[in-house]
Design a protein around this ligand. Structure first.
Ligand SMILES: Cc1cc2nc3c(=O)[nH]c(=O)nc-3n(C[C@H](O)[C@H](O)[C@H](O)COP(=O)(O)O)c2cc1C
Length: 202
């Protein structure tokens, strides 16, 4: 491995390693590796990340150099080392699963990812990959699109100094009512959509 190759942090925001979410994340990791990235896969559940808030990790807006818990600093070191960050997660109630939400809440903390005059996140890129059970043309899927473009792209990425952030939604992730070759085609298309989004980082 050369010293100069870029690093990708792929974050799996699902508790099951046999989930479709994990499969999409692992495929993205392989594609990034084939495209020349050093890839760090963060499986939050397997690494027993605790998403619950705690007093040690509360921001102190009078002290942006506050020392948080060791777990948070260990995770932030991985974020800091990454040139691109790719969270992969299922959409739950038009939001992030608690596992991934807690990672953002605790690790993307004041003085680490935001709150400094020169953003520590400058120059990074981000791709949020969301798996959604609803079909793309379901009227409620606009809530998923709004969530991706609002709280995730603008509220987290842009706010933390990453304007180069993209999102992609993989709809009908449970293949509702599909069987046989129709189902195979659906999942081929779903993976192709994820591949195309990942290729935007290559
Ligand atoms: C608690 C929960 C909430 C969900 N909320 C939504 C939702 O708001 N919108 C949606 O499109 N799908 C929703 N779904 C469906 C999931 O997005 C879908 O099950 C998931 O993408 C499938 O991928 P997986 O096999 O990796 O879990 C929800 C599923 C669960 C379990």
């Amino acid at each position: 491995m050369s010293e100069t190759e870029p690093t990708a942090l792929v974050v799996i925001g699902h508790h099951r390693s046999d989930s479709l979410t994990a499969a999409v994340a692992e495929r993205a990791a392989k594609r990034l590796a084939a495209g020349g990235y050093r890839v760090d896969v963060l499986h939050l559940e397997e690494e027993a990340f605790d998403p619950r808030g705690n007093t040690a990790d509360e921001p102190d807006y009078g002290n942006r150099d506050k020392r948080y818990s060791e777990e948070v600093h260990r995770h932030f070191a991985r974020v800091r080392a990454a040139d691109v960050i790719v969270p992969v997660f299922p959409v739950w109630w038009y939001g992030l699963p608690a596992l991934l939400k807690g990672w953002i809440d605790r690790v993307w903390n004041y003085g680490l990812t935001y709150g400094r005059s020169r953003s520590p996140m400058a120059g990074k890129r981000m791709l949020w990959i969301a798996l959604a059970g609803l079909a793309e043309d379901d009227p409620n899927s606009r809530l998923t699109r709004d969530f991706l473009d609002g709280p995730l792209r603008v509220g987290i990425s842009e706010y933390c100094g990453i304007p180069d952030a993209a999102t992609v939604a993989l709809y009908d992730s449970e293949g509702q009512g599909l069987t046989g070759s129709e189902r195979d085609r659906h999942y081929r298309e779903l993976f192709a959509r994820a591949d195309a989004a990942v290729d935007g980082l290559l």
